[in-house]
Design a binder for this molecule. Structure first.
Ligand code: ADQ
Length: 737
């Protein structure tokens, strides 16, 4: 386990050392999992004093020995830039949708990189073969890749505890590509919600040009698995106290007595601007203002644990909250009643549990929150089912806690009304809502979460190993020729661009040389041999070049149309096609062509293609990502798809795929004894997918492919075809002899 903080924090107090329990969701959640798996926890001690002495070393050694907590030492300046700088003043505000609070200092970025590197070293020291590494959170986004580079076989999972922002916000971030690449070093990247996962996919497509499929993204020749896995809590850590701890019981009884005449609203937060504390206090003030009858009858207990106090913004927030509490209490208090009870400190868990059990309403209203554990802790403690959960729609937890009363914390007036509604909810309805929440919280607990994460990581990593082993092997050309010679019937499907000829700047310049045409003619006329060109090109191009080659099948536009040898007619592989969609899509692509010097739109019968091979490579790539991203949204519920090709983005109907050609050709040549297909890009993968496992599928190029074999380029493909033609001739002469 690797996270920024260990469950303990080391502090220099005068000339002594103090060990504190760290605040925050992570320590609460991970403790139980780690105990169960007997893993090592690697994290920063939190000490920024720069003092090193024997007592400190002794303390840290004891952590390692007794708890298996391994402390990473960060030089104070690195720690500051990494933690207070890039992590908490750049990433944190931006990821929580506070772009106006974010600041960027290149020196902080350097510190962030350096800290991630030091974490990597510390992990490598602990790493044994076969280990799994679970990396936590936004402070360590570069670590998965660093580990992958140092130990390519390591199994790495990453969990993001905070939201992943929409790509429009993420793009603001300087060094955004490095961060994405850092994460993509993992085998598994998990988020609290599907929404965050979608945002991540969007950014990967938009900024790196890498498309993804639902829960997978191909990066650096590996498949990275994506998951939405909302964290849970260990309910017994709270309910156990309520059941068996005498002190907790006593506190609860005392509090019940003290607040006998009041309804209790409870809020528990880290003192952070994302948690919406001032907004809540103002909404509470509104409630007291508009419903005078509530005065003396409700009390808000606001618990806030100070955090990140070295960052100026947090000090300002603390003063703002102090001020608001004072103002409201000054305005409304009576000798027998104070509206807000403000506890600004870390409470022992026993006291928290008692408060959770006591509260009539938990008022959880972050402006943005990755998930929010407090919501779940409250539900766990509400076993009599009488409490109400009031939850911000901007907390990740809202996605799985539908029975809560949802509020928009920015709308303080409506929030006040919702609080009044929560307080007035009939018991039967409260019970019904709470029972459903309670079941879910106990069932989807932190142990289930940990097991699912580890199970998925195990699966993802073993899929990677299988995948790597399945990289296409160099084609054994002599074996292919032998198989060809011995086969009674043969079928060959050949892509054109990138397979038989190289790419040219302009598509019309990639004409077939005369010797290629002669070679294909000889192949097509080899006895018992069916040969087809299967291209994404228009039928005009294909017919113009190969229309006179005797015996050759022609398939154009990815198999949407096909022409048998000797015929002048093209057959449609799909009837009922209407090109009306082009009217809407064309202007869109044209807009991109206008903005990008050297790019143009090609119209084919079934598709529209934006080509940018002649454009500035970087600008072209960038716009292609934008275009593919926009089209993905625009075409989502149409039968059309946008596909990234070689320096092109093509829009075409889903059914126009090279796999379709097989339907027609197997009628012509059923169950061929020798079946070969060669191609270089994604469209050819559709065809490979349709062929039996025994087929000679050949990927041309150096990429991952589902093909069994690979050849490096068109030159090698032509040499292979020469060999096959020769092998066929040998067979013919042997038979005639
Ligand atoms: P946090 O931002 O720390 O966590 P949260 O999920 O609410 O937010 O967890 C806070 C934890 O601290 C809870 O376990 C709570 O009991 C405890 N706590 C809060 N105030 C306390 C106090 N005064 N005294 C004692 N304990 C207190 C980050 C993300 C969240 C995400 C978690 C877990 O920001 O969105 O839910 O990680 O993934």
């Amino acid at each position: 386990m690797v996270s920024n903080r260990l469950p303990y924090t080391l502090r220099r107090a005068g000339d002594a050392w103090k060990v504190e329990k760290s605040a925050g969701g992570l320590a609460t959640a991970m403790g139980p999992i780690l105990r169960k798996t007997e893993g090592v926890w690697v994290g920063w001690s939190g000490d920024q004093s720069g003092v090193t002495d024997a007592r400190r070393a002794g303390l840290l050694a004891r952590w390692a020995e007794r708890e298996r907590y391994v402390a990473v030492d960060l030089p104070p300046e690195t720690a500051r830039g990494f933690y207070e700088g890039f992590s908490n003043q750049t990433l944190w505000p931006l990821f929580h949708n506070f772009p106006y609070l974010f600041r960027f200092d290149p020196a902080d970025w350097d510190a962030y990189r350096e800290a991630n590197r030091l974490f990597c070293e510390a992990v490598l020291e602990q790493l044994r073969p076969g280990d799994m590494v679970w990396v936590h959170d936004y402070q360590l986004m570069l670590l998965p890749r660093l580990l992958r580079e140092a130990a390519p076989e390591v199994r790495v999972g990453f969990f993001l505890h905070i939201p992943f922002p929409p790509s429009a916000s993420f793009r603001i971030l300087p060094r955004r590509e490095e961060l994405l690449r850092g994460l993509l070093g993992a085998d598994l990247i998990a988020f609290h919600t599907h929404r965050y996962l979608q945002h991540f996919r969007d950014s990967v497509l938009r900024l790196l040009g890498t498309p993804s499929h639902m829960d997978k993204v191909e990066a650096g020749g590996r498949t990275v698995r994506l998951e939405a896995l909302p964290i849970g809590i260990a309910p017994e850590e709270f309910t156990g106290l309520l059941d068996d701890d005498e002190k907790t019981g006593r506190m609860l009884t005392e509090m019940r007595e003290r607040f006998r005449c009041c309804k209790v609203l409870l809020a528990v937060d880290r003192l952070d601007y994302t948690k919406g504390i001032p907004e809540r206090l103002r909404a509470f003030r509104q409630l007291l203002t508009v419903s005078p009858e509530s005065r003396g009858k409700v009390v808000l207990i606001q618990v806030a644990v100070p955090s990140r106090e070295r960052i100026p913004m947090y000090g300002e927030l603390r003063r703002e909250v102090d001020g608001l509490v004072g103002k409201i209490n000054g305005e409304f208090s009576t000798p027998g009643w104070t509206p807000i009870v403000y506890l600004r400190r870390n409470l022992p868990r026993a006291e928290l549990a008692a408060l959770y059990a006591l509260a009539d309403v938990a008022w959880i209203s972050p402006l943005r929150d990755g998930l929010n554990l407090v919501a779940k802790e409250y539900v766990a403690c509400q076993r009599d089912g009488a409490g109400v959960l009031l939850l911000s729609e901007f907390a990740g937890a809202a996605a799985e806690m539908g029975e809560a009363i949802m509020v928009n914390p920015y709308d303080e007036g409506r929030t006040a009304e919702s609080v009044a509604r929560a307080l007035a909810l009939p018991l039967s309805e409260r019970r019904e809502r709470m029972a459903a929440l309670h079941r879910r919280v106990t069932h989807n607990n932190v142990f289930a979460w940990g097991e699912r994460f580890i199970g998925t990581l195990r699966e993802a990593a073993s899929a990677r190993t299988r995948h790597a082993a399945a990289l296409p092997a160099e084609l054994p050309a002599a074996d292919a020729a032998r198989a060809f010679r011995e086969a009674e019937s043969r079928l060959l499907l050949l892509d054109y661009d990138g397979t038989l000829v190289g790419y040219a700047k302009r598509p019309q310049d990639a004409k077939p040389p005369a010797e290629l045409i002669r070679l294909l003619a000889r192949l097509a006329q080899t006895p018992a041999t069916t040969a087809a060109i299967v291209s994404g090109r228009s039928r005009g191009d294909i017919e113009g070049w190969f229309g006179d080659v005797r015996g050759l099948w022609l398939a154009a536009e990815h198999g949407a149309v096909i022409r048998p040898p000797g015929s002048r007619e093209w057959e449609y592989s799909y009837t009922g096609y209407s090109p009306d969609w082009k009217r809407d899509v064309y202007p869109y692509l044209e807009h991109y062509a206008d903005r990008t010097p050297g790019s143009f739109v090609e119209e084919k019968e079934f598709s529209l293609v934006w080509h940018y091979r002649m454009s500035d490579p970087e600008f072209g790539e960038w716009l292609a990502n934008e275009l593919a991203h926009d089209l993905e949204g625009m075409l989502a519920d149409t039968p059309l798809r946008a596909v990234r090709g070689q320096k092109s983005v093509e829009v075409r109907p889903m059914w126009a795929d090279k796999g379709e050609v097989m339907n027609r050709l197997t009628r012509e040549c059923p169950a061929p004894a020798f079946l070969l297909a060669a191609g270089d890009d994604k469209t050819d993968e559709d065809l490979f997918a349709r062929l039996p496992a025994t087929a000679w599928t050949i990927h041309v190029g150096e990429n991952q492919s589902r093909a069994r074999f690979r050849l490096s380029g068109p030159g090698q493909v032509c040499l292979l075809l020469e060999e096959l033609v020769a092998a066929g001739r040998v067979e013919v002469s042997r038979k005639t002899a």
